[in-house]
Design a protein around this ligand. Structure first.
Ligand code: EPZ
Length: 439
């Protein structure tokens, strides 16, 4: 059932919000718990739809899951892992890509896995070829089925050499979760090394794994016999922190994001300052604010870590509609992440999309039919409109645009935002937003 928000724009956001663990880490740590021969406990877990989805998936696979929402503590006992009914999994998967990461742990525990066709944000094709090729190299046998893939490992899984065509976050996680208790050593080249990946390595090391990361993005995993449960506190969600920073800047406000961590956000903070935003860093979080004056247009190119995170881009676009001059964005991670700009243009923004690589490096999408570069002319006066949320980060950018616009907006499909932003409605109210949830 779609949920609709009425937002009256023109008010600056002022106040404090509490950030909890990273959506793109906690869901992977939950899957890692299957590998343990004892229970695991995860702290700082946000109450978001993706956590609920993975909790249900774990339960369908025989694990017991207990989540204490107020404390953000999640306990998983993998003692009775079993093969679930495919129909049950199918119903659940819809909006998530996490099920593909169950392959390695289930192959180790059960010798088989069935992965339904995946969901996730519609920001590109989201193929899983790197995942499947990696599993084959470990010795898995993969059979395409009508509604997913069936995977078996009759001779077990053996350490191997894998070179990723692109430093895919998901494929790196796939290899990490499969290699830890495979027989022998695995060498993964061109790996992703995002902070969320490093925190997953921290979890696996606590469980008993032996993993090293070299300076040239090669991750080496020495297979061990078994792993035990872990106790771990998640790193904070740097994508959510940047979203609130953009909301503060776009509305001329000041928001303290408790729990935000400078170390994971260096590249974002540099861009935020170049545009004309300011921030104060404390031990307990980061205060983002508009210091007054004009905002500046700039060129941005998204990239893998330590580059500008692609999930920071969509909420930032609204700030750039408020900046003087022509900003250019070259999105090099996903081929189709600018579809959401049509609605911003309907509100009065001036954004044009291009197939060319408008950045410093030609990327994988050069000469292909993808509009993956954008020119944003500002500053423009945004007016409220009726808009529909297409994906998670675009959804938050629409909230920002409606908050910054003159007049009233009706934003529908906001339940998608609950996938990755814990209690965003309450947080907006606490920051003084003039919003109402339409039943
Ligand atoms: C993770 O997605 C995040 N999602 C994404 O966040 C994030 O944008 C992305 O990493 C990059 O940082 C989760 O962690 C749940 P990829 P993932 O594999 O793992 C191509 C958000 O808003 N590719 O690094 O799916 C792929 O098509 C979400 O929180 C293949 O071609 O990203 C894309 O172009 C959005 N074949 C590129 O690699 C494969 O087998 C990067 O994808 C796998 C990926």
């Amino acid at each position: 059932m779609t949920e609709k928000l009425i937002i009256k724009g023109g008010k600056s956001l002022q106040g404090i919000i509490k950030l909890r663990g990273a959506k793109n880490f906690v869901t992977k740590a939950m899957v890692a718990a299957i590998l343990g021969d004892s229970a695991s406990t995860l702290y700082n877990v946000p109450y978001i739809k993706d956590v609920e989805t993975v909790s249900r998936l774990l339960e369908l696979h025989g694990c017991s899951v207990e989540y204490k929402k107020a404390e953000g503590v999640l306990q998983i006992n993998p003692a009775n892992v079993l093969s679930p009914k495919i129909a049950d999994i199918d119903i659940l998967v819809g909006s998530s890509r996490i099920p593909i990461l169950f392959c390695g742990p289930l192959l180790h525990k059960l010798g088989e896995a069935f992965i339904p066709n995946l969901g996730g944000c519609k920001i590109g094709d989201r193929p899983i070829d790197y995942h499947l090729e990696s599993l084959r190299l470990f010795g898995a046998i993969i059979e395409k089925a009508k509604n997913g893939v069936k995977i078996t490992a009759p001779d077990g899984l053996k350490g191997t050499k894998i070179n990723l065509p692109y430093p895919s976050v998901g494929a790196t996680e796939q290899v990490l979760l499969t290699a830890c208790i495979s027989d022998g050593v695995t060498q993964l080249s061109n790996a992703a090394v995002e902070p969320e990946i490093i925190d997953l390595i921290n979890v696996l090391q606590k469980m008993g794994a032996i993993i090293s990361v070299s300076t040239d993005r090669v991750i080496t995993i020495e297979g061990v016999k078994n792993l035990r449960g872990f106790r771990h506190t998640s790193l904070p969600d740097r994508a959510e922190a940047a979203s609130w920073a953009n909301a503060a800047l776009s509305t001329g406000g000041k928001v303290f994001v408790e729990g935000a961590n400078q170390q994971d956000m260096t590249t974002f903070l540099n861009v935020f300052r170049k545009i004309g935003g300011e921030f104060d860093i404390t031990d307990s979080g980061i205060c983002f604010y508009h210091p007054g004056g004009e905002l500046n247009s700039i060129p941005i190119e998204t990239n893998v870590h330590p580059g500008f995170l692609t999930d920071w881009m969509q909420p930032l676009v609204v700030c750039l509609t408020q900046a003087n001059g022509l900003s250019i964005i070259h999105e090099t991670v996903y081929e189709n992440r600018f579809g959401f700009t049509d609605a911003l243009n309907k509100m009065g923004a001036k954004i044009q999309l291009y197939r060319e690589c408008l950045g410093s490096v030609p990327c994988r999408f050069r000469q292909m039919n993808y509009k993956h570069s954008a020119a944003i002319f500002g500053s423009t006066h945004l007016k409220g409109a009726d808009i529909e949320v297409p994906d998670l980060r675009a959804g938050f950018s629409y909230l920002i645009a409606a908050l910054a616009a003159e007049g009233e907006s009706r934003v529908s499909g906001v339940e998608i935002i609950e996938r990755g932003y814990e209690s965003f409605f309450d947080k907006l109210l606490a920051l003084g937003a003039d919003i109402e949830l339409l039943q």
